[in-house]
Write a protein that binds this ligand. Structure first.
Ligand SMILES: Cc1cc2nc3c(=O)[nH]c(=O)nc-3n(C[C@H](O)[C@H](O)[C@H](O)COP(=O)(O)OP(=O)(O)OC[C@H]3O[C@@H](n4cnc5c(N)ncnc54)[C@H](O)[C@@H]3O)c2cc1C
Length: 386
């Protein structure tokens, strides 16, 4: 099949929270921008896993972060900053996020978004990317983009990998636990106690060796409607051809057990499951600078800073579960442009989950708030046409 050729200034691969911010930002630099996304919706993991809190945001924001916050507040006044222990998070109704991202994308006159469009090939010449091929369903089209600059916002470093940029990827057994979410409806008298009861009963099953050990790290949170709840399994990323199928089987098994042992679950049913197991840590660019744990914890500043991070290091250890190291009150670290720039490909930037960082540093910088700041900075760096 002949590929349709398309030229643009900036091509953004992946419309997760960071890719959307990058594409809007590049478009605001007057760059002719194309955003391609393999799913049929924007928001990536945050929408697919039905996140409820934007972590890592500052109370005062400008730019795209502010647009997202104001948009969410306008849709529902209950979307607001709240205190969670030592930290501040922005609480939102998950269905509102997709809506607001679509609205912000639509407003941009230099931005075109193509959904159901998957990057499949990257062609490089003399150390720079000359074209990126993508397959678009259900039209069965092959598109060949010829961009001036590419931003990899795929969360999985797909352009980095296909373009043979230098990267780091920890072996599966050392990687942080990934996540798989399912929503349960029909709970009877759901109360805050379920957040304690669910992990408690699952840890009993783990002790009896009926479930793998990592299921004791399962979380429960209230759902969007009365009598609904979200169960988040924290499990290792799997090297199987159908990891999501395996996670779905576990979700059914765990739900059947909870129905037996917790009265609130007796008449409940699984309403929705996430489409995949989502990795917290995957392929990371090996960039001009590698952000480290020491830089995060010492709140390091850089002369070429492009974004700041304030979230603690929230490392999901494969055997010990969630481990948190705080930065200290009102402290923040900066992220230099070098964390977004490829070492060996001149026109490639990374943003969001695949920036150049060690696993420990990424355990802080991967949260949604920081991903928005990073995306906006990537678009600003890639956007200008001169
Ligand atoms: C289980 C779990 C729970 C979390 N909870 C929270 C939380 O409560 N609050 C918080 O702030 N953060 C949370 N995080 C972190 C945060 O959600 C993510 O790190 C962040 O959303 C990543 O954004 P991103 O844009 O970099 O990547 P993603 O959200 O992964 O977006 C990447 C996009 O690229 C697309 N893509 C991938 N491959 C291709 C391809 N070949 N072609 C085209 N498109 C492609 C994907 O479909 C996706 O839409 C959580 C993470 C996990 C895994």
């Amino acid at each position: 099949m002949k590929a349709k050729e398309i030229t643009c200034d900036v091509l953004v691969a992946g419309a997760g929270i960071s890719g959307v911010a990058a594409a809007i930002s590049a478009s605001r630099q007057q760059a002719k921008t194309i955003l391609i996304e393999k799913n049929g919706f924007p928001g990536g993991i945050a929408v697919d896993c039905q996140h409820r809190y934007i972590c890592g945001l500052y109370p005062k924001n400008t730019g795209i972060a502010q647009d997202i916050i104001l948009g969410l507040q306008k849709l529902n006044p209950k979307n607001r900053f709240i205190r969670m222990g030592k930290l501040s998070v922005f609480s939102f109704a998950p269905k509102n996020l997709e809506l607001i991202l679509r609205k912000l994308i639509q407003r941009e006159k230099n931005l075109k978004v193509l959904y159901n469009c998957t990057v499949t090939q990257v062609k490089k010449e003399k150390g720079s990317i000359v074209s990126v091929k993508a397959a678009q369903k259900p039209l069965n089209r092959i598109l060949n983009f010829m961009p001036r600059t590419v931003i990899d916002a795929s969360g999985q470093g797909i352009v980095i990998k296909l373009g043979k940029a230098q990267y780091k990827l920890a072996p599966l057994k050392c990687r942080q636990l990934a996540g798989f979410t399912f929503e349960v409806r029909g709970l009877i008298d759901a109360s805050d106690l379920l957040a304690i009861k669910v992990p408690y009963y699952l840890s009993i099953w783990v002790k009896q060796k009926k479930l793998p050990a990592y299921f004791k790290f399962t979380n429960f949170a209230d759902g969007q409607t009365k009598n609904s709840g979200m169960i988040k399994l924290n499990l290792p990323a799997k090297n199987t051809s159908q990891p999501a199928q395996e996670a779905k089987k576990y979700a059914s098994l765990i739900h059947a057990y909870l129905r037996k042992v917790i009265p609130e679950f007796r008449n409940s049913r699984i309403h929705r499951v996430s489409s995949d197991i989502h990795e917290r840590e995957g392929l990371r660019l090996y960039g001009e600078h590698i952000l480290t744990k020491e830089e995060v914890l010492s709140a390091r500043k850089f002369p070429d800073s492009i974004a700041k991070g304030c979230w603690p290091i929230e490392f999901w250890h494969p055997e010990k579960g969630q481990q948190i190291k705080y930065l200290g009150p009102n402290r923040f670290y900066q992220i230099p442009l070098g964390c977004l720039k490829s070492k060996n490909i001149t026109n490639l930037f990374a943003t969001g989950k695949c920036i150049s960082a060690t696993p420990q540093a990424l355990a802080s910088s991967r949260v949604m708030g920081t991903c928005i700041y990073l995306g906006e900075a990537a678009g600003r760096a890639a956007g200008p046409t001169t």
